[in-house]
Every structure is written in C-alpha cells, then in structure tokens.
Ligand binder design. Sequence first.
Ligand code: PLP
Length: 393
Amino acid sequence: MISSVLPTYNRAPLAFVKGAGSWLETADGTRYLDLGAGIAVNALGHAAPVLVEALTEQAHKVWHVSNLYQIPEQQKLADALVEKTFADTVFFTNSGTEACELAVKMARKYWYEKGAPERVEIITFRGAFHGRSSAAIAAAGSEKMVKGFGPVLPGFVHVDWLDLEAVKAAVSEKTCAIMLEPVQGEGGIRPAPDAFLTALKQISDETGTLLIFDEVQCGMGRTGRLFAHEWSGVTPDIMMVAKGIGGGFPLGAVLATEAAAAGMTAGTHGSTYGGNPLGCAVGAKVMEIVAEPEFLAAVNAKGGFLRQRLEGLVAAHPEIFEEVRGVGLMLGLKCRLAPGELVAAGYAERLLTVAAADNVLRILPALTITEEEMAEAVSRLDAAATALETHLA
Ligand SMILES: Cc1ncc(COP(=O)(O)O)c(C=O)c1O
C-alpha cells in the first residue's frame, strides 16, 4: 500500500525534532553533527536566534498580503541584492525550481521582444541540476530526470560539462542563452574554472546570447564570496538564487540586469507566495549577515581549514577517498565506493552528509560552523571510513 506521503524520496530512518547551529537532535536526545545543512540551505545553522527573531517579529505583524500591494520587506531585500550584485532588478520565488522557470521565460521573452522570437534555445550542461519542473528537467536533460515525463519541453541543447568547443559548436541563430551552475552541486561539486566562465562571457558578448548562472546551491556566501561567479569576475545577465537566501525559510529569487529583464512587464509573470513578508524578512536578515566582508572572509578561512583536514583524511584512507573538490564551504569528497555507503556509515557516527553524482560525498555545513565542529566532523568521517575499510577487508 502506498504511504500517505508520496514515496518519491529515499529517506533515512531519522527524524529530527530540534536543531541549533550545526547540530540536530532526534526525539531520544541523540545529537547529530550536520554537514549537509538541509542541502546548503541553513546558511546560518539551525534555529539561528537572529533568524528566529526576524521571523517571529514579522509573524506578529503580517504574514501574507499578495503582490497586489507593495511589500516593504520585499523591497528591502531586493534593494540589498541590487546593491551588492550585478543585478538591477529582482523577482522573488519560493524555490530554486521556480527561479529556473522564470530565468528560462525571461531569456526567451528578451529575444521575443527584440524581434527574434526564433531565439529560444538554451545551452545547458550534462550533470546540471536546475530543479524538477518541466523546464528544469528538460534543462538538465538526463534520462533519469526526464524518463516517463514526456513530452519533454523543447528548446534545450545539452553539451558536456566544461566542453568549450561543444558550446561554440552549439551556438546558432536560434540560441537564446547559456545556463550553468558556476559550481555544479548535484553533479558532484564540480567548479567551472574562471577561464571557462570568461570564455562563455566572450561568446555571450559576441553573439548576444544571455548568460544565466544558477547559484541556487553555490550562492549566498557558500564559496566564500557572496556569489560564486564573483571569483571569476564574470557577471551573468540573469541569476537564479534560492536555498541559503532564506536560511531555511522557503525563498528564491531571480536577479537580472535591466536589459535582460526588459521583456518582463506587468502581467508577464507572478506568484501568490513569492516575496511574501515572512520569507523576505528572514531573507533580508540573512543577506545583512552573509554579505558582510568579515563573514565571507570567515567562510574562506573555514573552507581552507576544512579542506586541509579533508586532504589529510583522503591521504589516510586512499581506498575510500580519491580527492577533495570544491570551493569555500562547498566541498566534495570523491569516493572510490558509492557515496551512499559513506552517508550511511556517517549516520552510525552521528554525522550527516549528502551524496551527489560522480561518486561524490557532499560537505555543505552551515556557514557558521566552528573550527572545533569541523575538526569533530572530520574525526567522525575518519571513523566512518575506518568502519568501511574494516568491512572491505
Ligand atoms: C543548482 C540548483 N538549482 C536548482 C535547484 C532546485 O531548487 P529547489 O529544490 O529549491 O526547487 C537546486 C536544488 O538542489 C540546485 O541545487
């Protein structure tokens, strides 16, 4: 008999009843050290007091009013995002998938308004993940994502990750945009080198093709810059944001330049809940904290510390691990066995990690994790790896 919750997830037999910072607790009081942060969502840790305060303060005022009216909290967050990024304008969503939907619509509308309605094709990359809507699965294009969900939304051209020649060959008079994650997350923590992003920008400049960055997972301070693309100096025309921006409250956004957003006039897009006062009050507080240079410098320092410890772990367990990948606190351990085995061995050590494609174990802690907690996490990973080695022997 089907479970009352649609069984689309492979859930671990774990239920958490409360959390604080980098720790989660089950009903019997067992504490788990969380290196997943809700898959890069709880940027400031669980139940961060500043966010609890921002949320409850807003909850006492007004929860929902509809975008029929001005929403000051939305305005505040949009202003902060515009001030700190390449963008001139922001649309708020409730998730990364919805941000993907709008990014696709916006790019196509841009060309339609420019009198080139045939420019609808978006070049995307194998290993990408942009969400689970019809557009997002078509964008990713893998058989695993689209099988059985046809007809697949047309207009996406897929090329291999980091294959510049394939991108050049794919660009045509029908190309509308190139869309990518500056650091692929679900695909296995695979950063795009600066030179690759620079080359894409050049193609974009030469052909007018819009550049869309999906920073749903790698944005909001995760890599040690407010947005990951800042490392390369290459700015997109459109950017998708979600996860960390709400610190655990469902919130997403599409940021764009004025030119790229030109087609999105009144009535062309909307969302009942997108940009609601609760989400934006929390988002504004997250932004206030994460955008501070000292906070981002601390993420970098933590990333360096954790990476060094993880390199030691790889050296100590060459049969289990191959290498460390990633940027800042968006790290991955390439494994020699299925990463799911490490995730399970981690549970036995009261440690939470997340598997990704390409045999990678994702390490995406709260950006507020301490050095002691990182050291403790690595020692638990060490124990998990040792347990697996014993099993292998
Ligand atoms: C890069 C990227 N884009 C889009 C999404 C979809 O976001 P959501 O699950 O909030 O719809 C995700 C989610 O994992 C993601 O990692």
